[in-house]
Write a protein that binds this ligand. Sequence first.
Ligand code: NAD
Length: 451
Amino acid sequence: MTRHLNACLETQRRACRLSPYPSLTERRDQLARLALMTKRHRHAIIQAIQTDFGKRSDIEIQLADIQPVLDAVRYARRHLWHWMRPWRVSMPWRLLPARARIAPQPLGVVGVIAPWNYPWSLALMPVIDALAAGNRVMLKPSELTPNTSALLSRLVTQYFSPRTLCVIEGDATTGQAFSALPFDHLVFTGSTSVGQKIALAAASNLTPTTLELGGKSPAFVAGDADFTRAAEAIIFGKGMNAGQTCIAPDYVLVESRHIDALTSALSRAILKQRPSAQDATQPLNHAHHERSEAMLAEARNHGCRIIDHGSHAPALIIDPNQGLSVMREEIFGRSLPVISVKDSDHAIGYVAERPHPLAIYVFTHQREQQRQWLNASQSGALVFNTTLLHHAVPGLPFGGVGASGHGAYHGRHGFNRFSHLRGVFYQPTHSPATQLYPPYRRWLLKLLRLG
Ligand code: NAD
């Protein structure tokens, strides 16, 4: 395997040397191929994902796996000319009339390691930004979605030269060998524990990383919120993909005097959105199902109040003990703890004491409370009065902070992330700045004191 990996990397490195700066037309063509590949084989993609999951809603696949790729390609193709253009920066007066610019330059070969939960979009979204920035890409999809990964590999071979994009299938052992390659940048989307290993492997090559990790994203429902609307937004985010979404609301905080009202609203929202198992996605496999049910059983055995709406829908756990696994681990399943706090300040304190999450969802229309959350909390994203939808805004950087990862991508942020922003200085033939060269004149001191 290592020999194959090295050969792929060498092929792409050679392509970088031969053509270090792919033109706008070439990049737009590569992006169009990604979109064409996704559009033309939409049904095969849906089938492959459904086979991997056993049961997954086809609407959720279109919404969260196919559409994001098509939208991101369209956005990048439209704005790429602008992103690629060098931009001027201001010049200190002492150096005038010199000029300075920032010129984005491709990094070279970018490695991408993808997870299983959205096996099409999370594999291709970093690829879109990396190709837009003029890089070559090696992609390792998850072994837990073998049908989707095999389809991806077959289609990429059909639509791309291995000099531009190649897919390496394999498990964690392949992942280890992959992350040890001396890439120019390595993007990893997955769990925090594996992310730590990736960071260590990349460090030995001084390879910069973008780590898109998980964690526990909280939702806070303030007293002024419309509980019915808040509950519907929370259950939308929690119910999608059977809770297996990195930015799913992991637990809900609410002022203690409102906990019963919010719990009832959440129950109503579950019954409205998930009346039967018909449109529901099931956990990826038996092991994931068992883990999710074990979390719920543990809470039940500890005497927690649980409101269960059937195995296809979110289950509410009221005020669980902090020592339980639902409160220690990222849930990634159907349990939804609802926790009472005294007020908004306590909710901010509760979140601040814990590792920085990927997203915080706050339900309030009060400007002052919104401002407090904005200034006093830290997270990858802060979303008011809904869940998940920030992911669909291509102008927003998407990524974590602290334990939820580092480095954000999507749109221009992804383009910049996978580019080297090179500083370029143009000295004109005649410039007073040459007076700065030695031997130093005494009057220079006076000039420097001018500020
Ligand atoms: P995972 O960490 O188990 O695996 C992700 C990828 O890493 C897979 O391709 C796997 O083969 C590879 N891998 C596993 N061990 C490796 C090793 N030692 N060295 C190198 N590669 C290795 O994650 P998962 O179970 O596929 O995904 C679920 C996790 O991903 C959750 O924690 C979720 O929150 C997170 N996630 C984050 C985002 C985000 O954008 N931040 C998006 C989706 C999922």
